[in-house]
Design a protein around this ligand. Structure first.
Ligand code: GLA
Length: 379
């Protein structure tokens, strides 16, 4: 891939890149909307993601190109504001540039930049965190800095929160930064503290990307964030992680009905993440699978960030042999479902699910037998 991006870079800019960095996409394994509530979450880095190649320029111009878009976007240092429309992907590297000084690093002045991806976008697999982390690693290397992995993760999150404008938690950037092949990343988001836990050998991941996306997805994410903060305030805690199921029940009268449902989802989900970590350590994939499906039902009925398409996939998958469990993965309101299966679930079973989906919705989901991979790195 390093060779491929170098060739593409040469085709766009007529010279070779000086630095190439990579960061993977991720699966949210379990822990739906727990991260910004200070809870715990488990995710897996994928073996696919985003590559970023850069080379410095002496004239102070910043040129951004992507293998998925047309001509490069050229920006001068004084016009680093947010971009719209077909140029809005540039907000990810721009957000990283804006974040670097906040973390005491120098943003490089002029450069040619190329991003290349093999992640399906809009699938809830965090192509945005991947481009942020790969960009951060490349820019930091240009500035001659090699900070701790945790700082790179925080720079990516800062870009997303303050420049792109999504009030996300640390899940996507944390998993992209700390991922390891055949392991899950466990994050205690209050620290944040990152660790990895082994993934039992017979666990396979299948992703069904519906290509559906609610038109208001960013607004709905922010609305859920606000409802969670309102719930914490109503319960007299600073973040929902400080409450438990009993406290939410006891405070029910103080919360608007939908705010109560959001809070109940979050505290139950944090308990499910911890139970899943325990069951994984014991190699009990049946128990883990049950928790995954319970997580989806909670998203469906309490957090209300599922869709009929995602529910149909979960219903169909959980009625299929060799499936331990299935759930929506990521922010919700469209995107993808992931299933954890045994090795006996194969292409044939996956295609049967896709056919059932097509018969119902008239569109075919993309099917991906996902492999885990390593976290962000310089190449
Ligand atoms: C998106 C956000 C994450 C997390 C998930 C939901 O992926 O970027 O921070 O909140 O949604 O769990």
């Amino acid at each position: 891939m390093k060779q491929l991006i170098a060739e593409k870079f040469r085709a766009v800019y007529g010279r070779v890149p000086e630095i190439v960095a990579y960061a993977p996409g991720r699966i949210e394994f379990i822990g739906n909307h727990t991260d910004y509530n200070g809870g715990t979450v488990l995710g897996a880095a994928l073996d696919r993601g985003v590559w970023v190649a850069v080379a410095g320029r002496a004239d102070g111009r910043r040129q951004f190109a992507s293998d998925q878009r047309g001509a490069p976007v050229e920006l001068r240092v004084e016009e680093m504001g947010k971009r719209n429309g077909s140029e809005s992907w540039v907000n990810y590297p721009l957000g990283v540039l804006a974040a670097l000084p906040v973390f005491g690093a120098v943003a490089p002045a002029g450069f040619d930049y190329l991003a290349m991806s093999n992640l399906p976008s809009g699938a809830g697999l965090s192509s945005s965190a991947a481009i942020e982390l790969a960009s951060a690693l490349a820019f930091l290397e240009m500035a001659g800095e090699r900070p701790l992995r945790e700082a790179v993760v925080k720079i990516g999150k800062h870009a997303e929160n303050h420049f792109v404008g999504v009030p996300c938690g640390i899940l996507d950037q944390g998993v992209s930064g700390f991922g390891q092949k055949n392991r899950l990343v466990f994050i205690d988001c209050r620290g944040p503290v990152f660790e990895t836990v082994p993934l039992p050998g017979d666990a396979h991941f299948w992703i069904f990307n519906t290509h559906t996306k609610h038109a208001l997805v960013d607004g709905l994410y922010a609305a859920r964030h606000r409802e969670c903060m309102a719930a914490a305030q109503g319960l007299g805690v600073s973040l929902l992680v400080e409450a438990d199921a009993a406290a939410v029940e006891a405070g029910k009268a103080k919360l608007a009905p939908e705010v109560f449902k959001r809070a109940k989802h979050v505290v139950d989900e944090i308990a499910r993440v911890d139970a899943a970590k325990f069951a994984l350590a014991g190699g009990d994939l049946v128990a883990v699978g049950r928790l995954l499906t319970a997580s989806h039902r909670s998203s469906q009925f309490l957090f209300e960030n599922s869709t009929p398409e995602l529910d149909f996939l979960v219903d169909t998958l959980t009625a299929t042999a060799h499936v331990f469990g299935a759930r929506l993965t990521g922010g919700g309101f469209g995107g993808a479902v992931m299933a954890m299966t045994s090795g006996a679930f194969g292409e044939q079973e996956a295609q049967a699910v896709a056919v059932a989906y097509r018969e119902k919705f008239g569109a075919t989901p993309d099917v991906l037998h996902a492999q885990t991979g390593d976290g962000a790195k310089l190449l």
